[in-house]
Design a protein around this ligand. Structure first.
Ligand SMILES: [Zn+2]
Length: 77
């Protein structure tokens, strides 16, 4: 009765957190982070404040800001 999908179980033991989709997509050095710095709390949106660590939070913010900066036309000349 306790039959569980082994793939689902062994996938990770981080049931309360998961990698941040935003950072994974936009940070080319995402995999260089330590594991906790990659994670956001499950059930939260993939925002900076959902990150579990200060470093993760900061990196997420930097990514956001750099994206905004690259989008925003700097003083349309
Ligand atoms: Zn993130």
């Amino acid at each position: 009765m306790e039959h569980m999908n082994p793939a689902a179980v062994s996938r990770s033991d981080t049931r309360s957190s998961r990698p941040c989709d935003f950072c994974r997509e936009f940070d080319p050095r995402f995999l260089e982070r330590s594991a906790p710095d990659q994670m956001v709390a499950t059930g939260r949106k993939h925002t900076a404040s959902a990150h579990l660590t200060e470093d993760g939070y900061v990196r997420h913010r930097v990514l956001e800001l750099s994206r905004i900066a690259s989008r925003t036309p700097s003083t349309a000349a």
